[in-house]
Design a protein around this ligand. Sequence first.
Ligand SMILES: N[C@@H](Cc1c[nH]c[nH+]1)C(=O)O
Length: 391
Amino acid sequence: MTLADRWLLPDGIEEVLPPHAQQIEHLRRRLIDLMDGWGYDLVMPPVLEYLDSLLTGTGKDLDLRTFKVTDQLSGRLMGLSADTTPQVARIDAHSLAPEGIGRFCYCRTVFHTRARSLLASRTPTQIGAELFGMAGVEADVEVISLMLTLLRASKVANVHLDLGNVGVYRAIADQAAIAPEREAELFGLLKLKCASDIDAWAEANVADKAAADALKVLARLQGTVEQLTERFEQLIALVPATATELNHLLDVTRRVASRHPDVPTCLDLTELRGYQYHTGLVFAAYVPGYGDAIAQGGRYDETGKEFGRARPARGFSADLRVLARLGEFAPAAKPVVVAPEVEDPALWTLVQQLRDQGMRVITTRPQDSQQAQQALQFIDGQWQLVEVPTV
Ligand SMILES: N[C@@H](Cc1c[nH]c[nH+]1)C(=O)O
């Protein structure tokens, strides 16, 4: 290993330097405060815990994405958290188990063995919110509105929203009686959104004619509410069990559109989310020029059951560093003052006062003070704040 190799960071793992680190930290405070204003309590789940509880109720995707280590104390396998959502579900079901509605938010680093996409980090700073114990359209509208408000506060421009519903797929898959070992194939094809391949797969693998036709319709369910109304009706005629979730999707879409008329909204029923714990409505926000969702979430009513308490659950997550990079959020710059390196109690007191007032006071030699707008100087027997002439 050469000296240069020793300094190399692994692929997908990065350090954040000034001024970006401070910008991200300011954005974090802004967004946590914002979620606090919506009644969401901050939680800090452990970064490392037993694998069993970390992966309860989640799909293979999250398992593959989780770094595993052996605990020297218990000999059991532990995992580094790759997603905060199941941990917050555990907090809601078990650690806190609030009587009424539970609203929680978080912001911390999670770890991925493989990045989620070519653009993503392997150590994203996951920020998000989870809402428990509230069912119905209002709950989905609240969570989506909070996500869009966070994106606006991050000053991310031109956001558009995609909405889907995993429950619709599930209803069709149930009627089609797809063998579990074949389901991954279909999932893969839907992810690629290639309608002709899905048609061929349905013909070859699904005996129930209505369910096979429904899969073909599903493969083409991408567009606006107006464009898809007729196909929704076709789908309900083929698989009546899809009706509840499709109508729910339409309700949520209309309510979100009326609250956020500036955010273009599209439906995409082939969007099935990666971690496979979602059970109903799913959504994701995109911006032009970034080929990946910048925030995503959905409903996952089953996860709490694994921890002894099933109740309605939905939430969203984003990578704070992506929001800071794509958004225009800029914290107000603090005034910079330089103070000379002189040991004088009067100067020390004044420096502390100015720092308490929110100024950035740097003790330095005058010749090192290029970035300062003001300086403390000893004039007429006392320390005074003077403007530094800009050159
Ligand atoms: N944690 C999920 C998003 C989510 C939060 N809550 C529900 N879904 C993700 O990162 O994809």
